[in-house]
Structure formats: C-alpha cells, structure tokens
Design a protein around this ligand. Structure first.
Ligand SMILES: CC(C)(COP(=O)(O)OP(=O)(O)OC[C@H]1O[C@@H](n2cnc3c(N)ncnc32)[C@H](O)[C@@H]1OP(=O)(O)O)[C@@H](O)C(=O)NCCC(=O)NCCS
Length: 174
C-alpha cells in the first residue's frame, strides 16, 4: 500500500485536478452501425484524463496504461457528451485518473444525461527528456474521494500482481 497522503502539505486537493470536456458527436464519429465509434470515445477520455493529470502534476504527463474502459450505453450523432476527469490516486511518479462520460440525448433534451462510459487511466509525470518525475500527492477531500483512492489502490495492486505473474510465467525477472 502507498502511504496515504493526507499529511502531505505540498499536495493538491482532488478538486484541483477536475476537468470537464464537452463535445457534440457528428457523422464523422460513427462506426458502420451508425453509433459513435469506441475509439472516438477513447481519445476523448484520454484527452480529458491527460488534462487532469497535467493540471495536478503541474507539467507534462503521458498515458502509461488504460486500466479499464467500460462502454455502458451507445452514443449517437447529435448527442452532447461531457467527460469528467479527476486524479483519484498518486504514487511517486504515476497517477490514476478516473473518467466518467455522460451524454445528453439530442432528441430528448428534457431528460437526465445518461452515463455512457467510465474509465481508469494511469499517467506518469515526465521531464522534457521523457524520464519519470515525481508528482505531488493528491489529497482526497470527501468520503467519495477517499473511496476512489482506496479503489485505485486495489486496481494498482491487481495490475502489479498480474504483471508479476506474467513475468514469472515467462521466466522473466524484474
Ligand atoms: C510511462 C513511462 C514514462 C514509464 O517509464 P518507465 O521508465 O517504465 O518508468 P518506471 O518503471 O520507473 O515507472 C514509473 C511509474 O510508472 C508506473 N508504470 C510504469 N509502467 C506502467 C504500466 N504499464 N502500468 C501502470 N503503471 C506503470 C510505475 O508503477 C511507476 O509508478 P510510481 O513511480 O508511482 O511507483 C514510459 O513507459 C513511456 O514513456 N511510455 C510511453 C508513453 C506514451 O507514449 N504514451 C502515449 C502518448 S501520451
């Protein structure tokens, strides 16, 4: 487990990293079935997550891994989508960013936005030359932020265990 950062004065609260990105889906975004292509949403998710990671870490951050992306409802041409991102967890040089994507249906403006995707991405803060750099801790502010921090730790533990297991199975070290 990474040490909880609540005592670190130089950290930034979770809310500091929050970024929202919005876009209307058009005909160039669709797949053969007429709904929005998953790759379009993945780029959108990566863009908003990258902005949150850069804001939190105060510099350049690159996508190291996309841990999980779930598409829960189709998105259609004309829908106004909003992606909400925040840094959930920080390690030494890496950060987990959570993203939630909501859609306002173009043909039912009076109804509540629908959740269409969620994703968890790992970003690493990097120097100009591309080497990892230390990032300041994120400071969870609310019980919800605390829950996200704990769940990010679980995802990281699973990711590291899976990598180790695969390396062991291949007879690799490190
Ligand atoms: C991401 C990158 C900078 C990591 O460099 P590296 O030398 O392997 O870094 P390290 O092994 O020292 O690990 C650095 C951190 O990244 C994390 N990390 C590295 N690879 C990871 C992976 N596949 N998944 C999750 N985290 C990862 C490590 O856990 C470590 O976190 P910590 O410092 O918080 O403990 C490097 O792999 C890279 O440049 N990748 C290409 C990034 C890219 O081009 N992205 C797409 C465009 S933005």
């Amino acid at each position: 487990m990474t040490e909880h950062p609540s005592a670190a004065p130089q950290g930034k609260p979770t809310s500091y990293s929050r970024v929202t990105l919005s876009r209307i889906m058009t005909a160039v975004d669709v797949n053969l079935y007429g709904t929005v292509h998953g790759g379009v949403l993945m780029k959108f998710v990566d863009d908003v997550a990258g902005a949150a990671a850069a804001r939190h870490s105060g510099g350049t951050a690159v996508t190291a891994a996309i841990d999980e992306i779930v598409f829960s409802e189709p998105v259609r041409v004309g829908d106004l989508i909003h992606a909400y991102a925040q840094v959930n967890w920080t390690g030494s040089t890496s950060m987990e960013v959570g993203v939630r994507v909501m859609a306002e249906r173009w043909d039912s403006a009076e109804t509540e936005p629908v959740g269409v995707a969620t994703a968890y991405l790992v970003f690493v803060g990097v120097e100009v030359g591309g080497a990892p750099r230390l990032v300041r801790p994120v400071l969870p502010e609310t019980p919800e932020d605390e829950r996200r921090w704990r769940e990010a730790e679980i995802r990281r533990a699973h990711r590291l265990a899976r990598r180790r297991a695969i390396q062991d199975a291949r007879g690799e070290s490190g």
